[in-house]
Design a protein around this ligand. Structure first.
Ligand SMILES: *Cc1c(COP(=O)(O)O)cnc(C)c1O
Length: 422
């Protein structure tokens, strides 16, 4: 470990020496020792079109030599306006107000503050959020409060605020209990909303796929049911699409795939194709209007030094163009995953096969306790690198989330290697 570097999510004493990466091209990373590995996790779920894509590199270069950054209060610029127009044109029609920040946790933090203040602006005090078991919304305090409490959050428990937690109807291919699980949860949700009609600021969730919680997937129908409850009981539906945005679930956004209109959406990981740190929180016109006042107390007093950074926005525009060009790829990847699942479905070592668009996941059957720290993850991670693959199981959950430039043959090879290793 380098003497000046402190790595994230790393148990310092146990950690193997980090692999040094020299360069990246397409779906591959080249290590310092010359080995090439296929990036099956899109480098923490951010890379969309492959590493070092020339179109995005060029857009950043050209922007950097024109305007690298400018204060975003009292000033604006074309890249921010264009990116906001492109993305909102593809979002549900009520979502039109784009607030820029620079990472996923902050996009969620902004969403929670916006929701809370929306009610305050309307003269109501609504402090509590309804959240889901197994959720992950980021590592800042608000985002952490809304996520699953675990060893990761334990030290900070006195700093976090209370939320109401309901189960997530995790499902998989061939799950006979799906509808029952969903109905039970909707009953719980509506119970809370009936018993305390003015208590909840919003319902916050990762739609279709809970990422860090173990690639746990729910159905489109469940989101529609939550949406309906949200409408009936007049609260706010907040979708954390930090991971599911930009084609990941086989449509531009999970809310589009499920045909649901949330009141606020958080986007980050894929927004620049994995090149620049950038995030946005998009609010409905109705929410924005509650802030549209000369009264300073109704103003959203929030911002960051790098808010609306032009380089990030330029990368976002270039990445969006590539996304449009490659629509058939992210829409078609689910079929390739499903074809490969044929080899796994009766295998004794795997269960709960599931897929949404470009994301495929399955549980490895293991004796040990499940969860992020399950030792099987460490073993597979290490062996995969020796076979030229970058995979990072979440505990006993094995998943693939490749960049969209991966080929069908490469995916077939990945699945074959997994079958050899487990
Ligand atoms: C990664 C992630 C976050 C946090 O984003 P960062 O950029 O890591 O702060 C929030 N929500 C979801 C769903 C995520 O996957």
């Amino acid at each position: 470990m380098h003497k000046n570097i402190w790595h994230p999510f790393t148990i310092i004493k146990d950690a193997p020496e980090p692999l040094k990466v020299k360069s990246g091209k397409g779906a591959y990373l080249t290590l310092e020792d010359g080995r090439e590995i296929l990036d099956c996790v899109s480098s923490w779920w951010v890379n969309m079109h492959g590493h070092s894509h020339p179109d995005i590199a060029k857009a950043i270069y050209e922007q950097a030599s024109t305007l690298e950054h400018v204060i975003f209060a009292g000033f604006t610029h074309d890249p921010a306006e264009q990116l906001a127009e492109l993305i909102t044109a593809e979002l549900p029609k009520n979502l039109n107000r784009v607030f820029f920040s620079d990472n996923g946790s902050t996009a969620v933090e902004v969403a929670m503050k916006t929701a809370y203040q929306y009610w305050a602006n309307k003269g109501q005090e609504r402090k509590t959020f309804i959240c889901f078991e197994g959720a992950y919304h980021g590592d800042t305090l608000g985002a952490m409060s809304a996520g699953e409490r675990s060893i990761f959050t334990e030290v900070f428990k006195d700093w976090m605020f209370e939320v109401e937690v309901i189960p997530y109807p995790e499902t998989w291919i061939g799950d006979p209990e799906r509808a029952n699980k969903e109905d039970d949860i909707i009953e719980t949700l509506e119970g809370l909303l009936t018993d305390h009609p003015n208590k909840y600021a919003g319902i916050l969730m990762e739609p279709l796929v809970q990422g860090a919680g173990g690639m746990r997937m729910c159905s489109e129908e469940f989101l529609q049911k939550v949406h309906w409850s949200n409408r009936q009981f007049d609260t706010l539906l907040i979708f954390d699409e930090v991971m599911t945005g930009f084609g990941r679930t086989g449509d531009y956004f999970a809310c589009k795939r499920a045909q649901v209109e949330p009141d606020i959406i958080c986007l980050s990981k894929g927004i620049t194709g994995g090149f620049m740190p950038l995030s946005i929180t998009v609010s409905s016109d109705e929410i924005y209007e509650s802030f549209n006042s000369t009264d300073p107390i109704k103003t959203f007093w929030h911002g960051h030094s790098y808010t609306g950074n032009p380089l990030g926005c330029a990368a976002g525009i270039a990445s969006w163009k590539l996304l449009k060009e490659n629509e058939c790829i992210f829409k078609g990847m689910e079929t390739i995953h499903l074809k490969n699942f044929e080899r796994f479905k009766d295998h004794p070592s795997f269960e709960k096969l599931r897929v949404k668009g470009t994301i495929a996941a399955m549980d490895i059957v293991t004796e040990e306790e499940t969860g992020y720290l399950n030792p099987v993850a460490k073993r597979i991670k290490e062996e995969c690198v020796n076979h030229g693959l970058l995979l990072r199981p979440l505990g006993n959950v094995l998943y693939l989330m490749p960049p969209y430039c991966v080929t069908e043959e490469e995916l077939d090879r990945v699945y074959s290697t997994i079958l050899e290793l487990v």
